[in-house]
Design a protein around this ligand. Structure first.
Ligand code: DX5
Ligand code: ZN
Length: 216
């Protein structure tokens, strides 16, 4: 079964002064998912937003809210992300002492469970939790900021994960430095969900639809 290729714009690159309107704009411009980059200033050297902001913009679109938790303590606030209206919650393997339990807790809360791997992290850590995963997120930059360059070292990791997933019902998502120039390589390596921030939001609202179309 070939999974459809989905475009998930990251609102990290949006105009935060008009966040709700920006989300409506990318919805109307063709986004499949809305990628929410939650950063706590500890797991990554940046601090963005959390459940209250997510809740505030939930009404801006009906599209899938894909929360990427770049936080040191993902277990502590899982319920708040569910209450805020997220459909997918992705935690970092590097931040989870008990990843199996955390993934089970996300599913028990009614969300799809995802795990993200920093560029240095081997997919081997996922071998024994594949049955608890709905999504694997490969970071193709060192997380914390938008607008960085794609780490091509991660293409081999995407292919390795594709092998490991072996036809299971698991999305393979790539995040960081994805552009129209490398999207084909990322998909042919095995990814089916593309996160893009600067590549979508560059040029302002008038360019969002063509930027998303260029990625697709
Ligand atoms: C980086 C974030 C990515 C980033 C993508 O820590 O997780 O989602 O915002 O932004 P671009 O597409 O600009 O690299
Ligand atoms: Zn992200």
């Amino acid at each position: 079964m070939t999974r459809p290729t989905l475009i998930a714009p990251s609102i990290l690159s949006a105009n935060f002064a008009e966040l709700g309107a920006e989300i409506t704009r990318i919805d109307e411009a063709g986004a499949d998912w809305i990628h929410l980059d939650v950063m706590d200033g500890h797991f990554v050297p940046n601090l963005t937003f959390g459940p209250p902001i997510i809740k505030a913009v939930r009404g801006a679109t009906d599209k899938y809210f894909d929360a990427h938790l770049m936080v040191t303590n993902p277990d502590d606030l899982l319920g708040a992300y569910v209450d805020a209206g997220c459909q997918g919650i992705t935690v970092h393997a590097e931040a989870c002492t008990h990843l199996d339990r955390t993934l089970a807790a996300i599913r028990e809360a009614g969300c799809r469970a995802g795990v993200s791997l920093n560029p240095h992290t081997s997919p081997d850590c996922l071998r024994y939790v594949l049955d608890k995963l709905d999504l694997i997120l490969v970071m193709s930059v060192n997380p914390g900021f938008g607008g960085q360059s794609f780490l091509s070292s991660q293409l081999a990791k995407i292919a390795e994960i594709k092998e490991m997933v072996d036809g299971r019902d698991i999305d393979i998502q790539v995040d960081g430095g994805v552009t129209a120039a490398n999207a084909a390589d990322v998909v042919s390596a095995g990814a089916n969900v593309l996160v893009a921030g600067s590549a979508v939001f560059k040029g302002g609202p008038a360019a969002y639809a063509e930027n998303i179309a260029a990625l697709r």
